[in-house]
Design a protein around this ligand. Structure first.
Ligand code: ATP
Ligand code: MG
Length: 666
């Protein structure tokens, strides 16, 4: 059998096009991801060194899946492995080598949202903005928008739209210099810094251009302008760029993604070859019919044909009196399938739009003892305990990291009270020095009580000691972290904080999971390092991922996912829940009311239904409790748009019957 037998003719054409710009523009489930996976294999078979092939995907999970698939196709014999990465991890990789060229330390740390907020808070304080005027979150939103547009602090004052914007622009400058002072970057900086590097350091750009001879990008419809500039620079000399995507699945407009990049690909790259795929291999006829009917309501989209090949059962529409019975009904059906029909739990996914939705489902799943796995809400790395431990590791890796230091300076308590911290901090700010540097001065000036001075000294020597240990023995990362956690007395702290045995156990389990994550990291990496682990954790957080490496847990568990995190994935059975106005489409978009806002929700709905391989059920509750009050809901407009006339007639008839029955009862 030839190696291209598992591909249809247009897929084969795309896979065989190994050089020059190539665009695969096609609907959901038509094998776009399959094309780029096979293309890696084809490139390798044609003599391209695997580590010069760069594939960019949207999430860490997608990256991992692609690597697995490539290994599968090549029989697991590829060394070095091809590079599969998200935009963010790729930028980290580049900056680890080159950050110093931009005046950043090579061991820079990445700040997560919470850490960003504390920097934003001090920046606002410095420019004397009262709390009411601009919150740290407001500031970060504005800063995020500027960064997405590639606007640096020096130019932000020119881009202001109102007075608050002006304050924000001034605070943006402070915020950025604070990050820089402690050797930290935020997520948006990663891309901006790489773009700056490529602009200002032609020799570095040249090096990276040589490093990757072929670049491919999945889910290209969701790239933003900064990402586009980055890719364009990287492939400039050879133009070996293959992008695949579907404009109907663009769901990150709110993060600055712009479908114009995929629709305008041929004008940016006039020599581009364009391949269209029209056969959907994933979903049943019925799913595709509904998906096509739905997405036709969006204007300004690229006309595409999507043909289904799989027969199968019809899409089902379920209605429940309230959100509790929605969860009960869906989970009861899942329990039946697992128990009586031998359905594997991992073949079932429940998809939801908002973070309030999964709680009822979790409760039901737990009650019936069905293992489940939740993606896209509060993540493992977002738990307080895990953040504490990560903060320790960050300070060890980068002593200048003030936000992390402040988090752990008195956790567990070591006699350093808040008043002392504030005094030392004020001294550091006025001297413009790092916190650690002014501690001895503050002690000498009698600003630090004896107990606190002792606390500072012991923390300092603990951190310094561990810095050496981590450096001299990176392979033993896992053991070193364990011993650090012991030395810090973190378990005793948990016992002090949580009185109930259950609560304590839960936290201890979290710590164990944390150690597992480190072990998995060291097993996976050829050159593990403390900073490497810290950044893996930071990047996982960004992708809304829990302890995702825990494969044992993943198989054998029902999946609960947000629609955003379901992108690119597929499941034999899908339950999409809460099809109500205000949930899908989201309340914000309904209130906004603009066609663009609703169109993005419609695409999100389209992404959701096209995840289903064999069975799709869409549900809604006819009433829902919000702010303590039960209110009737309005069916999602998407339900009307996706159903056929006959389906809608049947639905209306059923509704009328129910109303009559209810009237008779009273
Ligand atoms: P999405 O738009 O959701 O990202 P996609 O276009 O990337 O989807 P894939 O995930 O690559 O689609 O493929 C969808 C499914 O169809 C997968 O299960 C894949 O294995 C299967 N498939 C793709 N091409 C073929 C083919 N030529 N023959 C049989 N199955 C195929
Ligand atoms: Mg895909």
């Amino acid at each position: 059998m030839s190696r291209l037998d598992h591909l249809n003719p247009p897929q084969r054409e795309a896979v065989a096009t190994l050089s020059g710009p190539l665009l695969v523009l096609a609907g959901a489930g038509t094998g776009k991801t399959r094309v780029i996976t096979h293309r890696v294999v084809e490139l390798i078979r044609n003599g391209v060194p695997p580590d010069r092939i760069l594939s960019v995907t949207f999430t860490n999970k997608a990256a991992r899946e692609m690597l697995e698939r490539t290994k599968g196709l090549l029989g697991g014999r590829v060394k070095p492995a091809p590079i599969v990465s998200t935009f963010h991890s790729l930028c980290v990789r580049i900056l680890r080598e080159d950050a110093e060229l931009l005046g950043y330390p090579g061991n820079f740390v990445i700040y997560d949202r919470g850490e960003q907020e504390s920097v934003a808070r001090t920046a606002l304080r410095d420019v004397r903005v009262g709390d009411g005027a601009l919150t740290p979150a407001d500031l970060l939103n504005r800063v995020g928008r500027w960064k997405m547009l590639g606007i640096p602090p020096s130019q932000a004052t020119e881009a202001v739209e109102d007075d608050l914007d002006f304050l924000a622009a001034v605070a943006y400058r402070k915020y950025q210099s604070k990050l820089r002072a402690v050797g930290a970057v935020d997520f948006d900086d990663l891309l901006l810094l790489v773009n700056q590097l490529f602009r200002e350091r032609p020799e570095a750009l040249d090096r990276w251009q040589r490093r990757f001879s072929h670049v491919q990008i999945d889910e290209y419809q969701d790239t933003n302008g900064v990402q586009f500039d980055f890719v364009e620079a990287l492939v400039r000399p050879h133009q070996n760029l293959c992008v695949v995507g579907d404009d109907d699945q663009s769901i990150y407009g709110w993060r600055g993604a712009d479908v114009a990049h995929i629709l305008g690909f041929s004008s940016h790259f006039p020599k581009a070859k364009v391949v269209r795929l029209e056969d959907n291999y994933r979903c049943t006829h019925s799913v595709i019919e509904h998906a096509n009917r739905l997405v036709r309501h969006n204007t300004g989209r690229h006309q595409k044909t999507l043909r289904a090949h799989k027969p199968g059962e019809d899409v089902r529409f379920l209605e429940f009196p309230d959100e509790k019975s929605e969860a009960e009904g869906v989970v009861r059906e899942i329990a039946y399938l697992l128990g009586q029909e031998n359905v594997a739990p991992e073949d079932v996914a429940i998809l939801f739009r908002t973070n309030e939705q999964p709680r009822a489902f979790e409760t039901e799943l737990r009650r019936r003892q069905i293992p489940y796995d939740i993606v896209g809400t509060q993540s493992f790395f977002d738990r307080r305990e895990i953040k504490d431990l990560l903060a320790y590791l960050k300070v060890v890796a980068n002593p200048a990291d003030e936000v992390s230091l402040l988090r752990i300076v008195n956790t567990p308590p070591r006699g350093i009270g808040n008043g002392t911290v504030q005094k030392v901090l004020a001294r550091a700010v006025s001297a413009g020095k790092p916190l650690w540097d002014v501690v001895p001065e503050a002690i000498a000036a009698g600003e630090v009580p004896d107990r606190a001075a002792k606390g500072f000294r012991s923390l300092r020597s603990l951190l310094d000691g561990y810095r050496d240990r981590f450096q001299s023995n990176p392979r033993r990362l896992h053991d070193t972290v364990r011993s650090l956690v012991d030395d810090v007395g973190y378990s005793a702290e948990i016992e002090r904080q949580y009185k109930s045995a259950d609560q304590q156990l839960l936290r201890e389990e979290l710590l164990e999971q944390f150690f597992d994550t480190i072990r998995e990291y060291t097993d996976r990496e050829s050159r593990p390092s403390l900073i490497g682990f810290v950044e893996t954790a930071a990047l996982s957080l960004r992708d809304d991922f829990g302890s995702e490496d825990d494969k044992k847990k993943r198989a054998g568990a029902v999946k609960l996912l947000t629609l955003h995190s379901a992108k690119g994935l597929e499941f034999p059975r899908v339950y999409m829940v809460g099809l109500e106005e205000g949930i899908l489409p989201h309340r914000r978009s309904v209130e906004d009311g603009s066609e663009t806002a609703i169109a993005e929700e419609r695409r999100l709905c389209y992404v959701g239904i096209t995840r289903a391989e064999n069975h799709l059920a869409l549900s809604r509750a006819t009433s829902r409790t919000k702010w303590g009050k039960r209110r009737p809901t309005i069916p999602s407009r998407f339900l009307f748009e996706m159903q056929s006339d006959e389906e809608i007639e049947e639905w209306e008839a059923a509704q009328q019957e129910a109303e009559e029955a209810a009237a008779e009862e009273t």
